[in-house]
Design a protein around this ligand. Structure first.
Ligand code: UD1
Length: 426
């Protein structure tokens, strides 16, 4: 298994460029099923999750052509396949995004529970999606496939517009119902929607191809059904999570000037508000962030929240940053119940962290960190461990880096340009 080997405490300075947003890129592949015209994509991040989305599109009868780095042309040719291959569905949760478009064009779709079995404990739920499709007229059956895995089978004669209230705010459920409603008969009103910039970007793209979507970026979205969608061009917005993570890396390292380029700082206002309280020395332009060494970092509590609040995807690097700040900070993770478990590895590295319950930890800082042998548990925690290793004394080995490659493109190469000592060992 590939791993990263990091020799910590090298001064970090220079420029780093932010890639296209993973969470925006992943959604354009399912959207491409809604038209048989080609779509030209720009600023595509070349990361494992995006490769899985490309494979899914190809397995359903689509084509993916790389024009040059970051520029692709994708096209769906309408070959009928209502089965989503388990080998891909099991690999990435965003595969759930293909369900609505397949249902919209074929009236049926079969797929296993993303990431595992239907009743399996701990599987991330998909009830918000299923309830939405049912409101639009779909019938949902669960059956045991010959491979032994439980599958969902959804059928509908004609999707119809519906009034859908999400009992919980979900990014992918909002996007999925929004794209599915494009071909439903009449108007769909989605309430208590997520408001992330990736949703706004997706709605703008769909509207540029003929869809009639209003309200994306607010909690109520309306979609008027249409009959045909054109192809078009989609420029993927910069990854705000990557930009925020690099900013926290530079602040935690506190060793030189780091310029983070090609980003949209206006998507990270919750982070800048915290930086003001912590005392991070930063300045912003329309598309860049400059972090300079600060005199002293102060601890500050944080609670994760849906956009525009502080993103759960930024929580793990923030927790590492707090190990370098003076005082105690309470980190309250409200969205996922397993996202603080990685702090155990920070404790092994020398951090002073007390877990109050699965949703809350208290970090007492500042503490020195020391290199250790670690395993990346997931994408965001894996990235946080890299930050911890870069500021720690000595050598750290991080195993299972597929989990990091899922969302960060050529991370080791880009960090080396800042002066980091990080090697990939296959
Ligand atoms: C998306 C992002 C992910 C981010 C998360 C929260 C993508 C591909 N991923 O994930 O990076 O961490 O938003 O900002 O865009 N839930 C249900 N039932 C459902 C669906 C979700 O209960 O049917 C719950 C989840 O368990 C979680 C909460 O809703 O507690 C939010 O999850 P959701 O926004 O759906 O996360 P994702 O869209 O999967």
């Amino acid at each position: 298994m590939a791993k990263f080997i990091i020799q910590g405490r090298k001064p970090l300075k220079g420029k780093i460029t932010v890639s296209g947003s993973k969470n925006a890129a992943l959604k354009i592949f399912p959207v491409s099923l809604l038209t048989q015209e080609p779509i030209r994509l720009f600023n595509v991040p070349e990361i494992e999750d995006v490769f899985r989305a490309q494979e899914m599109l190809i397995s359903l009868g689509g084509e993916v052509k790389k024009i040059k780095k970051g520029v692709y042309e994708i096209k769906f040719n309408g070959k009928k396949s209502l089965d989503m291959p388990a080998s891909l569905v099991n690999k990435f949760r965003a595969s759930i995004m293909f369900v609505g478009p397949i249902l919209a064009i074929y009236g049926k779709v079969r797929f296993p529970h993303p990431g595992g079995c239907v009743i399996g404990a701990g599987a991330r739920p998909i009830d918000l999606f299923l309830n939405g499709f049912q409101k639009m007229g779909a019938k949902v059956k669960i059956f045991r496939h010959e491979c032994g895995q439980d599958y969902y089978y959804l059928t509908v004669k004609r999707l119809r517009g519906a009034n859908i209230f999400f009992p919980k705010i979900s990014v992918t459920a909002t996007e999925s119902l929004m794209m599915t409603a494009v071909f439903a008969e009449g108007e769909t009103i989605l309430k208590n929607c997520a408001m992330e910039p990736e949703i706004v970007s997706l709605a703008e793209y769909l509207n540029s191809c003929g869809a009639k979507i209003k309200g994306a970026g607010t909690s109520t979205i309306s979609v008027k059904g249409i009959k045909k969608l054109k192809g078009g061009e989609y420029k993927i917005i910069p990854d705000r999570i990557e930009a925020g993570t690099f900013a926290m890396l530079a602040a935690a390292s506190n060793s030189g000037e780091v310029l983070i380029k090609n980003c949209q700082p206006n998507h990270l206002e919750a982070l800048w508000t915290l930086f003001d309280k912590i005392g991070v020395n930063y300045s912003l332009t329309k598309d860049s962030v400059l972090i300079k060494p600060a005199k002293k970092l102060l601890a500050c509590d944080v609670t994760t929240h849906e956009y525009p609040g502080f993103a759960t995807d930024l929580q793990s690097p923030y927790t590492v940053l707090m190990t370098q700040a003076h005082g105690s900070s309470l980190i309250h993770e409200t969205i996922y119940d397993r996202r603080l478990l990685f702090t155990d590895m920070l404790t092994q590295m020398g951090a002073n962290i007390i877990m109050a319950d699965p949703h809350r930890v208290v970090v007492n800082g500042p503490t020195k960190l020391y290199g250790r042998q670690l395993v990346s548990p997931d994408l965001r925690a894996g990235m946080a461990l890299i930050i911890a290793a870069l500021i720690a004394s000595g050598r750290t080995e991080i195993d299972n880096i597929y989990q990091i490659d899922r969302g960060y493109e050529r991370l080791d190469e880009r960090l080396r340009l800042l002066g980091a000592d990080i090697k990939r060992v296959e």
